[in-house]
Design a protein around this ligand. Structure first.
Ligand code: SF4
Ligand code: SF4
Length: 412
């Protein structure tokens, strides 16, 4: 079983349920696990997953359709890890370095741990076991088959991958490569076009590689490890063969997968990896982007889980939005490390679309409380999903990617 790799973490989770409950802070209160908030059964909570992993390891529970149903409702938002983390840090800070050294020795036999439990890694290993034992939900199995065949999850022909770039006259100097990603290439071409136009007008020479394959992140999140490895190895070889120095992507999930997962399978990457929000921040700060048209709107920013909690990028997209003339950026609560998930991640939009929509809908009151008429984000999954959420709820909130807002204000 793949969860054996995580045995120590599984045994040391003390099942305290901090990750499953409600957090009260200076801004009010919020629920930690978006899936548990909707489903209200312990087996859909992070603690519930860890308890199942414990009994699977111990041998008194076997993988089944029921186990798979529970573990596939998680959006891999990592909110549970964020909550588990401060507990350990808080205890360590209370006692200083002596207690920090002593406590693990005292607490481990009791089943406690000072570091955050890697709940998402445990869950992804459970999903990989579900794939191995034949319990993966059918829609995700089909998605993995589509990626094997077409190198994208949408069943679209590989030959059309760079169709969005037609007429844009991209230089094809592959010092910097714009890694577009499946969701932007096939579903959110407006983000691809906005990104390319911004880079062209900021004098950044870049290439788009038409033989780019799926980055593999959605495969790893849903347990399809072997297919993911195939995608990753192809992409790394392709980029190495072009002697690429810098990879830029506008996809939050892709950015996390490339930064964190690719090195696990392909070793240290010989190029720098940047999310577009980091590059935009550099360009805006360096005066390379000239805004021409004000966008007179109240905007609130949704932190994509895989860009924020997973990669720690909170400041750059906000700084870029604030630099756009006319935009009144209003923070919603909860935000940054505590931000609510959109509901689409971890393959949930594919395996349980109703749950995904319900999780996204639960965020609407927090968005409306800001008075914003535009919801900005920096991820094609978040955009696609919030467009669906607002449409179902009949809410007149415009959903935009930061690249679209920048391009609009630049007049390109
Ligand atoms: S993952 Fe952390 S917060 Fe959650 S039950 Fe285990 S120890 Fe407690
Ligand atoms: S990653 Fe998010 S959805 Fe999954 S168990 Fe943790 S808090 Fe819940």
């Amino acid at each position: 079983m793949r969860i054996e790799e995580h045995a120590r973490e599984i045994w040391t989770c003390n099942h305290c349920a901090m990750c499953t409950g409600t957090v009260v802070d200076e801004g009010g209160f919020y629920k930690t696990c978006p899936a548990f908030e909707q489903l209200r059964f312990e087996d859909n909570s992070p603690r519930g997953h860890n308890i199942m992993a414990f009994y699977l390891l111990e041998g008194s529970l076997k993988y089944s359709e029921q186990v798979a149903n529970s573990v596939y409702n998680c959006t891999t938002c990592a909110s549970c890890e964020e909550i588990c983390k401060p507990m350990g840090n808080m205890i360590a800070q209370m006692g200083g370095s002596a207690l920090k050294t002593l406590l693990p020795k005292l607490m481990r036999p009791l089943g406690a741990e000072l570091e955050p439990i890697q709940t998402v890694a445990i869950l992804e290993a459970m999903r990989a076991d579900c794939v191995d034992y034949g319990f993966q939900p059918e829609p995700l199995k089909k998605m993995a088959e589509s990626i094997e065949k077409n190198y994208n999850p949408y069943g679209a022909p590989h030959a059309n991958r760079a169709a969005w770039a037609e007429g844009l006259d991209i230089t094809q100097i592959p010092d910097t490569v714009l890694f577009v990603g499946c969701s932007i290439a096939y579903r959110r071409q407006e983000i691809a076009k906005a990104t390319a136009k911004i880079l062209q007008h900021a004098d950044i020479k870049f290439a788009v590689l038409s033989d780019e394959w799926c980055c593999g992140s959605v495969l790893l999140r849903s347990g399809n490890v072997d297919t993911a490895e195939k995608m990753i190895r192809h992409n790394v070889e392709l980029l190495k063969s072009h002697n690429v120095k810098r990879l830029v992507t506008s996809c939050a999930e892709g950015y996390m997968g490339i930064s964190k997962d690719w090195p696990r399978f392909a070793g240290e990457l010989p190029f720098k990896v940047m999310h577009i929000s980091e590059l935009l921040y550099e360009l805006v700060s360096g005066g390379k982007i000239k805004f021409k048209k004000p966008i007179k709107s109240k905007v609130t920013y949704h932190d994509p889980c895989h860009l924020g909690r997973e990669m720690g990028i909170y400041a750059e997209p906000r700084a870029v939005l604030k630099a756009i003339p006319g935009i009144d950026l209003v923070e919603m609560y909860p935000t940054e490390h505590a931000a609510g998930c959109c509901g689409a991640g971890g393959g949930v939009k594919i395996s349980n679309p109703e749950l995904a929509l319900d999780i996204g809908t639960a965020k609407i009151p927090f968005i409306k409380e800001t008075g914003a008429t535009v919801l900005a984000s920096a991820c094609p999954f978040c955009k696609t999903h919030f467009v669906d959420v607002m449409e179902r709820a009949k809410e007149p909130i415009d959903v935009k990617d930061i690249t679209e807002l920048v391009a609009e204000s630049m007049g390109v």
